[in-house]
Design a protein around this ligand. Structure first.
Ligand code: NAD
Length: 286
């Protein structure tokens, strides 16, 4: 029997960390009529998030039947952000120490029935509940790039109450999101792992000399119709970030081949990081 009393989801939500993803998550959470609070220790980041949500909300609400513009508010403190929320989503940098401390604070300061969700890309929430007294309401909710890529992967911290997962599966579509339940603990959730395998094999094909980045992207386009292939996509993400992700998989799973990482290191070592440095697998970003 469930021990967790579910919250009323018409209450406000909070997004903690107003960077690339926090701002986009806030945008979606503001599209079902209620209030979303943005908290970031850097006031200019929180304000940038508020402006982004206000600029984009009309488009998001206009594109979806049943959507209603809510309100976005910058919170002066973590306490202020969390007052009366039904859910808080953490989107702070990918550091375990930061997330462990923050989840302790969220557990202490949020209402007892609030869902505490993490947008971490690579840490299962089981790894940062050390300071949490009520882990039954802690969960991973891994977003991609909303509003364009609206999938959210929902994964238990190992002690999450089943009713919390069921609540999120039912409620997130009201925000224009498409939830997927990750049914066992998985580093990389569902799609990131599949995408990692595509990237890894594409890199191996080039590292072995069987093809070139341009030809791999072209054949992917001819056969699947996808507009950009894996090498264009890796250039967009940043080759240093792609390398970090691949190193993380290699550290947590046996049998990950080294060739793809060696190829990435060659590019990163030459300062070719992709779009952000003007050159990566392709040279045409300047
Ligand atoms: N960028 C992506 O494509 C992406 C996709 C999915 C998930 N994620 C995950 O989302 C999280 C955030 O990534 P991001 O790319 O938005 O990072 P980011 O660096 O753009 O933003 C992080 C924000 O958190 C703020 N911050 C730092 N410490 C804080 C604290 N203690 N409390 C509140 N805010 C704090 C920073 O000021 C910054 O504005 C990470 O866990 C990342 O793995 C990122």
């Amino acid at each position: 029997m469930s021990s967790f009393v579910l919250p009323d989801t018409s209450r406000p939500t909070a997004v903690i960390g107003s960077g690339t993803l926090g701002q986009r998550i806030a945008l979606m959470l503001a599209s079902a009529g209620s209030e979303v609070r943005l908290y970031d220790p850097k006031a200019e980041q929180a304000e940038a998030g508020r402006l982004y949500v206000e600029r984009e909300l009309g488009n998001v609400v206009g594109a979806r039947q049943g959507a209603t513009a809510g309100r976005v508010r910058v919170a002066a403190s973590l306490e202020d952000a969390l007052a009366d929320v039904w859910m808080a989503v953490e989107a702070v940098p990918e550091r375990l120490d930061l997330k462990t401390k923050l989840f302790g604070d969220l557990d202490r300061l949020a209402p007892a029935d609030a869902v505490l969700a993490s947008n971490s890309s690579s840490y299962p929430s089981s790894q940062f509940i050390g300071e949490v007294t009520r882990p039954e309401r802690v969960v991973n909710t891994h977003y991609y790039m909303p509003p364009e890529q609206a999938a959210v992967e929902i994964m238990s911290c190992g002690r999450t109450d089943d009713s919390v997962i069921a609540l999120l599966m039912k409620r997130l579509p009201a925000y224009g999101l498409v939830p997927f339940h990750v049914r066992s603990e998985s580093v990389g959730f569902i799609f990131n792992r599949i995408w990692a395998a595509v990237k890894r094999e594409a890199l191996a094909v080039v590292a072995e000399g069987a093809s070139t980045p341009e030809d791999v992207d072209r054949i992917a386009h001819v056969l699947t119709g996808a507009p950009g292939g894996p090498f264009r996509m890796m250039d967009k993400v940043g080759l240093d970030v792609v390398l970090d992700i691949e190193e993380h998989y290699a550290a947590t799973r046996p049998g990950i081949p080294a060739g793809p990482r060696e190829l990435l290191k060659t590019y990163v070592g030459q300062g070719r990081l992709g779009v952000k440095s003007g050159r990566g697998f392709y040279d045409d970003y300047r």
